[in-house]
Design a protein around this ligand. Structure first.
Ligand code: ZN
Length: 416
């Protein structure tokens, strides 16, 4: 791709707030539609104009990306900056053997990787035993100590007593858990405490692998989750649910959660219910794929695909056909931070149109997460935008080719 600087009277600078920067490209995806020869004008941290190249103001600095696509900064719907791939270290060992400070420092670096991969916002789905280190990482980004994406964080997340890991120890051991237990009448206190400590939303595990044979089974009752939803809602926050079983999904949906994570064994009945109630599905295809590769010795080929992959594909297709809102979130951390686009590749692979995947990872994620001025290139929206080499509507893989990242009107130096 050729980057043509047509006129530059300033360098991109955080401090030159009054200056206007015009950024154009051969293609522009605005969060909804793909256009040709459009661009934006940025002033300070805001998009002030959007339109065809010949109609928008030529700013103090004008840059055209020939062969590139300009689009909103992507939004990762399901990350864990405090985790890294389980084939490098098992989840149990990350939770039990690594200090919180080590995990936080690594997590900060992982947050930066997400930004450099074109994800200017991430929704982080739980610190997995690292307390409120996610809140600290978010604050260190906001204070300019490290460079990273905007973050929405869950904090510790909520599980029922007895369900969550690490498991398998002598009962007298008090093992640090990957999330905070709460049941019955302490639920309100725990929800409020998590909010007070910095959770932007509350994550609940509606089921977990605690069946008699280690299979996933429901955890909380509908009433318990409804109490969480009501308690969080009165502070203006959503509850989102990890759910792999149809019954866990059903209970969470009826309780009023905003999104369901994984949805592994979702049936037609429960997916229909989600659609009816406006509950979005975050399919985390990348996590399922990675787990099968790490632990079931799957070689990744279609011909040898495991039952778990077959099921996930079928569930995803059914959700698509039924018109359930599908948000984009891969559970990145289970696979490498910075390779977030892998989830989007799988979404296309499993039957979603490229344009719909682009909508998911920008405007649909923004709307679902209540980010009112993000996810679209639109007048008055925040200047979070990226340019990729190529055209992701033709090849979703082009999203790996990041040519520019701008967050809050500031151009980010990309190092790999
Ligand atoms: Zn997760």
């Amino acid at each position: 791709m050729r980057i043509i600087v047509l006129a530059t009277f300033l360098v991109f600078s955080f401090f030159n707030y009054a200056q206007k920067i015009t950024i154009t490209a051969d293609k522009m995806f605005d969060g909804n539609e793909m256009r040709s020869n459009w661009g934006v004008v940025v002033e300070g941290n805001t998009i002030v104009e959007v339109g065809p190249i010949n109609r928008i103001t030529k700013g103090d600095s004008v840059i055209h990306f020939s062969g590139g696509t300009l689009m909103p900064g992507m939004i990762e719907g399901h990350s864990h900056v405090l985790l890294y791939p389980y084939n490098r270290r098992l989840w149990n060992d990350q939770v039990l053997k690594e200090s919180r400070s080590l995990r936080a420092i690594r997590g900060a670096k992982m947050a930066t990787k997400n930004l450099h991969a074109g994800f200017t916002t991430i929704r982080d789905l739980g610190s997995e035993g690292a307390g409120y280190a996610d809140v600290g990482i978010k604050q260190s980004i906001e204070q300019g100590i490290i460079e990273g994406p905007r973050m929405l964080v869950a904090g510790r997340a909520i599980v029922t007593t007895g369900s969550y890991g690490p498991k398998g120890f002598h009962p007298d051991f008090d093992v640090p858990l990957g999330a905070e237990p709460a049941d019955g009448n302490v639920i309100q206190k725990v929800v409020r405490d998590q909010i007070g400590k910095g959770a932007d939303f509350v994550k609940v595990y509606a089921d977990y692998r605690w069946g008699p044979n280690g299979e996933a089974m429901p955890t909380f009752s509908i009433e318990e989750m409804r109490l969480m939803v009501e308690t969080a809602a009165s502070s203006g926050r959503d509850v989102v649910a990890h759910a792999a079983t149809a019954e866990g999904m059903r209970r969470a949906t009826l309780a009023g959660v905003k999104t369901i994570e994984h949805g592994t064994d979702g049936t037609e009945e429960v997916l229909k219910l989600m659609k009816e109630r406006g509950v979005a599905l975050c399919p985390t295809l990348g996590a399922t794929y990675s787990i099968e590769r790490y632990f079931r010795k799957w070689d990744g080929r279609d011909e040898t695909e495991t039952q778990a992959i077959k099921n996930k594909k079928a569930m995803f297709k059914m959700a698509l056909d039924l018109g359930v809102t599908i948000i984009a979130g891969g559970d990145v951390g289970v696979f490498e931070h910075g390779e977030n686009v892998f989830e989007l590749e799988l979404m296309v692979d499993y039957g979603m149109r490229e344009l719909d995947v682009l909508r998911s990872v920008t405007s649909v994620n923004a709307q679902t997460f209540g980010l009112e001025n993000l996810g679209q290139l639109k007048e008055g929206f925040l200047a979070d935008l990226i340019v990729v080499d190529g055209n992701p509507e033709e090849s979703i893989k082009d999203l790996y080719n990041i040519a520019m990242v701008m967050k809050d009107g500031k151009k980010i130096e990309i190092k790999n």
